[in-house]
Design a protein around this ligand. Structure first.
Ligand SMILES: [Zn+2]
Length: 669
């Protein structure tokens, strides 16, 4: 694909994911989980190859996920809605349109901090609980960690009766981030935003707090308490401007943007909202965003620095990728000394040379990248980056592939590739060896102790004790972590092999298609594999080529010999619909609408969970009613509009009570 078409595909996927997620959060998913996952996989793959195309508003990195297990979930008294967004390109038109909806009304403009949104609830003046935004409806209880790591949060509101809630953003200041990393060079934090989220989820928050890993809370909204009172109550409130009319709003935003570099925290935009609380409440909400407020996104922050050199690195798949080596520069809330250049075509197209003054761009969690030469005269003696002809690790002549002229080392025994593959195998998506760090893998690999994934399982505590910096406790943790990872199963093993073109979703699809063991996949022909839903000829050919290698066959035998599970796990199996008893659901195509409630517990059942039950009873679910629909199953609160189409197409409308009855008959509920 050309850069333009890649960019438009990334944009289209990002927009689609955002919409699908919003629909899902609104309880009306448009597509099934597998389709959603496939979209995410595709975007992840595109961005892995072209990190410089990462959208400012990257849906893969949003905190919009539902709360994780283990921590108490807290339902918000009113939803913590996300805001409609105006892109940097559409700023002027977007702000004018927004302001025109509320002529003459005072508008409040505040910087939008890039951190973690929190809801802080007080009861009769005492702090009662602190929760994250979560999915907007339900967040995670972080009251305990907040007490240790958020240093400036008032713990009481003396004299405020009843319930009061303060909403705002927790951030890690740039200076705190830099000081922490300087003191902990062995375990640096990746960036302030991730560090902030991670700090709030610490099980034992006292230690990080003592080590200086602390956060600041900025309040911007209140209920049961006037916003104007927040400051005198001890809250830190970001700079607020109240103005009227689009011109004044645009001027304030320009000021926020210009002052961006002076802040000790990252700003990714500005929030414009009706200042008058009653007017704001009266405007109500669109599907999942309030009408009376909008987020104006700032363009990725750009700073100037010197490009000192271009380093070429070998990835796990053998891609040799250029990386810019930069004079350190503080941009987008963090210090950057290295940035991606994607491939040699991007390097050429950007027109950057070694020794040049260049612009580095970074926003949010986006990987920093070099945008191009800085304007104005360039220093003397700039020179073109040298494009390697041979692999920097093994010296094999590189191949050039595709329009972007990617460089590829085709040597399967290339040490750099082997190392990256070992690190990938131990990583979270595959064997998930929690206590096995990348640096240790590199040391063991350099000493010839690790060459293939199977070698992990032969390591003993005594082997590790021979190393400086490895004590009894850490050696034991290391080996235990490897031991536990043996249960990984077929899907994760397939991911861990890192077969070229076979992204994470391929493993899931093979499991759903009924493959029971890695060896069954290895024995399948390209035709058989290509017959699996969503697996194309390229992926099928790549799998056949991979499993045809004698070293791979030997590795599978060794893994089995060490007791590593390569068999499908129950959760990855297809649903055994054939075992369900006969009911009208068997073989039916159904559409579900409205809120689904369990008949016994009266608890809300999520749409995907309900659809899974229907599938186990032998039904196929569709997202919209058509002539092919067997039933429209209606939950609570279904408007007449939802059933009109079904009635017109003479599709039977079935109440959820009847559907639950069938699920019972089928033996699945
Ligand atoms: Zn190589």
């Amino acid at each position: 694909m050309s850069t333009d078409s890649e960019q438009s595909r990334v944009d289209a996927l990002a927009a689609e994911l955002k919409r699908l997620r919003e629909r899902y959060c609104a309880g009306e998913p448009e597509v099934d989980d597998a389709t959603y996952d496939a979209r995410e996989d595709e975007l992840r793959a595109l961005l892995a190859a072209r990190p410089d195309l990462t959208p400012v508003d990257n849906p893969l990195e949003q905190v919009g996920a539902a709360p994780r297990g283990g921590r108490r979930a807290i339902r918000h008294a009113r939803p913590m809605l996300s805001l409609a967004k105006i892109s940097p390109e559409a700023r002027e038109a977007g702000v004018r349109e927004f302001a025109a909806r509320f002529p003459g009304q005072p508008l409040r403009v505040t910087p939008k901090l890039d951190g973690v949104s929190l809801s802080v609830v007080f009861e009769d003046g005492a702090l009662s609980c602190v929760a994250t935004r979560g999915d907007g409806t339900t967040g995670e209880d972080v009251t305990f960690p907040t007490g240790h790591v958020v240093t400036n949060l008032p713990r009481a509101l003396p004299g405020v009766p009843g319930r009061a809630e303060v909403r705002g953003e927790a951030v890690m200041l740039g200076s705190v981030f830099a000081a922490y990393n300087a003191a902990h060079p062995d375990k640096p934090l990746a960036n302030p935003r991730n560090a902030c989220a991670g700090t709030l989820l610490q099980k034992d928050p006292e230690a990080p707090a003592a080590a200086g890993r602390v956060l600041r809370f900025f309040a911007f909204d209140a209920e049961g308490l006037a916003v104007a009172e927040l400051r005198e109550r001890g809250f830190v409130v970001p700079e607020v401007a109240v103005v009227t009319g689009a011109d004044a709003v645009l001027e304030v935003i320009a000021g926020i943007e210009a002052a961006r570099a002076e802040n000790d925290f990252d700003i990714d935009g500005a929030v414009v909202r009706l200042d008058d609380e009653r007017a704001y409440a009266a405007t109500g909400n669109r599907a999942s965003t309030p009408r009376g407020a909008v987020a104006v996104k700032l363009a990725a922050e750009e700073r100037e620095t010197i490009l000192r050199g271009v380093a070429w690195e070998v990835g796990p798949g053998g891609k040799v990728v250029p990386r810019a080596v930069l004079d350190p520069v503080f941009v987008g809330g963090t210090t950057v000394s290295s940035a991606t250049l994607a491939n040699q075509e991007v390097l050429r197209a950007r027109g950057v040379k070694v020794g040049m003054r260049v612009l580095v761009r970074r926003a949010g969690d986006v990987i920093p990248f070099v945008g191009g030469p800085a304007p104005g005269p360039q220093p003397d003696g700039v020179r073109d980056a040298v494009i390697p002809t041979h692999c920097p690790s093994c010296g094999t002549a590189l191949e050039e592939r595709g329009n972007s002229r990617e460089l590829l080392c085709g040597n399967l025994d290339c040490p750099a590739q082997t190392l990256r593959r070992l690190q990938w195998w131990a990583g979270r998506a595959a064997a998930d060896m929690e206590a096995v760090g990348g640096t240790w893998i590199a040391r063991l690999h350099a000493d010839g102790r690790l060459a293939s994934p199977a070698d992990f399982y032969a390591l003993t505590v005594d082997d590790l004790l021979a190393y400086d910096g490895m004590g009894e406790v850490s050696s034991k943790r290391f080996v235990d972590s490897i031991e536990r990872s043996k249960a990984l199963g077929m899907r994760r093993a397939l991911i861990g092999f890192g077969v070229r073109h076979a992204r994470e979703g391929v493993a899931k699809r093979l499991a759903l298609a009924g493959y029971e063991r890695v060896e069954d996949v290895a024995a399948a022909s390209a035709e058989e594999l290509a017959a699996v839903k969503d697996i194309g000829d390229v992926v099928a050919a790549s799998l056949v080529e991979y499993f045809g290698r004698p070293d791979v066959t030997a590795m599978l035998e060794q893994l089995r010999g060490h007791g590593v599970s390569l068999d499908v796990r129950d959760e990855d199996r297809p649903i055994a619909a054939a075992e369900a008893s006969d009911t009208p659901l068997k073989g039916a195509t159904v559409v579900v609408t409205g809120a689904i409630v369990h008949p016994d517990t009266a608890e809300r059942v999520t749409r995907p969970a309900f659809v899974r039950l229907l599938e186990r009873a032998g039904a196929t679910s569709a997202t919209s009613v058509s002539a092919a629909t067997s039933f429209l199953i209606t939950g609570d609160d279904v408007g007449a509009g939802k059933t009109a189409k079904a009635e017109k197409l003479e599709v039977p409308v079935v109440d959820q009570a009847a559907a639950w009855g069938w699920l019972r008959e089928a033996g699945v509920a």
